[in-house]
Write a protein that binds this ligand. Sequence first.
Ligand code: GLA
Length: 695
Amino acid sequence: MAIFSCENNIFVLETKNTQYVLGIDKNGYNRHIHWGRKCPVSDFLSTDIWDENSNHTELDMAKQEYTVFGGTMYRESDLKVQFPDGCREIELEFVDAKIGSNKLTVTFKDKVYSLEIALKYSVNDDDDIITRWAEIKNSGTDTIFIDRMFSAELTLPSVEPYTFKNTNGSWGGEFVETESQLQGGALVFDSKRGTSGHNQSPYFIAHQNATETSGDVYFGTLAYSGNFKVLCSRDLFYTTRISLGLNDHDFKYALKGNETFITPKVFCGYSWGLGEMSRQMNRFAINNVLPKQFNDKILPVLYNSWEATEFDVNCEHQTALAKLASEMGVELFVMDDGWFGERNNDCAGLGDWFVNETKFPNGIDELIKNVNDLGMDFGLWFEPEMVNPDSDLFRKHPEWAYHYDTRTAHTLRHQLVLNMTRKDVRDYIFERMDTMLTDHNIKYIKWDMNRPFSETGAENLEIPQELWYRHTQAVYDIVDRLKEKHPDVAIESCASGGGRSDYGALLHFDQVWTSDNTDSVDRMMIQKWFTYLRPTKVMRAWVTDVNWYNTPTTLDFRFNIAMQGSLGVGGNLTKYSKEDLEIGKRNVALYKEIRHLVQFGDLYRILEAQKDEILFNLYVAEDKSEAVAFIASNGTGFMKKAIPLKFQGLDDDKIYSLTVDGKEYKKSGAYLKNVGIPSTIRGMNYNRIIKIKAE
Ligand code: GLA
């Protein structure tokens, strides 16, 4: 909402409901003062920064906005460099602070060397998210080598220990929630795989017994898709801090004279309850993060061919699927893997982005025309960063994959990672994708990435450790260039499912493939964890024929779960009965009536599958004029036989009409919240979708 500067070099950032205060102490150190609920700004006019560090041996105690390596500061630092003469310590002095419209820049410089650090902050009028990052400048001529360069440091207010939510996910089991209480020492969540990955997440969610509806929650997420590090610590003074940034594992960056390095952004906030945190980030992501072409557009219902056909694609079968999909109401038909090179299985073809003429003897336009004639847009799968050793590309350019001449290159899924830090590699990928988009009526790309890096030799780089950062930037750069040239093409981020679904990806891609696990029972949890910090609308969810590990589910049940994100269909429709096709058609039609609420509404997680045996999610329109509830259960204990459905998030004073189990109700929002509607939830495959409308 506003940024105030007090005479005593204290800066107050105000969001809609929260306040964040920092300052400069008399020694010129940057200091953290407050993050949380609002206090009168005037109180900060006369605030002295507690003189914790009057004596430099106590520097460790200072709560800082950005900690540099050096002196008697023994905790983790956010910036560590080596100056040209070998000195590895930084000593900063305050330069100035500039306030722009909802923006603050506080600049420091080293007392001796040509290093400048600008701490950047921005806030918006209508939300509670603060954006932070750092700009590190070499204002001299000699190169400064950087060993660690985080984006931001955040300090939490309580001296009591916090519990940190993060994830311990895997392929097919993304976003599995972990809770770790940090009493002392450090907790690290990171990735060393090249992408943000399936395992730990580039964010922190810190709380003290918070629930969906209560308790202080502090959270922040790093907008970066490569190796990241989230370092949480609690020191001897019981201060809990979090630093987020590029992983310093195998990291080095040569900051040349006159160069400025802009770190990835951190989006952070404070909320009351976990539900409010998700709603804040959902709205913030839609308005401020997602690329502008599609951020405020309803995403179409798509069909994806992967589970139906795998690599066995051809015009006839894809057209048969497309016909059935269009009859179901699908709006976008995506052909997945298998259409290019000698791609008959996952052993060959990656890199050869030319249409396979045996599978498509009349070219791909024949299929695209069939799809367009059925009233649908056409989309195509690529895995641009990869190459199979068994490919024309690799035979011609073996040097294009990361490698060491002395080491055996490990293939995973029979493939190698291309050295995207090379211009010729980037040019080839861009040219291939651009040509496909230019020559054919393609409106959608699924950009996949199916293995972590290994043997990361990059002889083209002076500092090979820069490859991790440069590779990620190269992906963003190609996506941005494709979008600029083809603004009507939407791009999905996939990395063996949800392995690249971080906020860095969300700044460039329009949507995300959530998980290769399309089992609806597993998805009840995967989707809940996904929506903690990520926007619902980017969460692609397909109805497929898969019942991976669980008791078989009905088609209606599977639709119920998939309709809680951006709906897709991925089953082998040519095997569906007439009745099943009708069930699909009915559900797609229903989804089109309520999808504006799912994709743009506020999500209230009222009951959850694992803890409560019942999943009960409510998506409420911003103006609270309507809502849609999803209820699903795969069996409940007898004590859950009858429960009142209590609807949160509605307007207490509005009268809503809804039908539950065939009975019509007209009740106030207050009644629906406090008294609720009686319901009996029993048996396998229980599923209901309830539309709620204000009079
Ligand atoms: C990955 C993706 C799948 C599919 C296959 C194709 O596993 O996550 O959705 O595209 O690759 O090979």
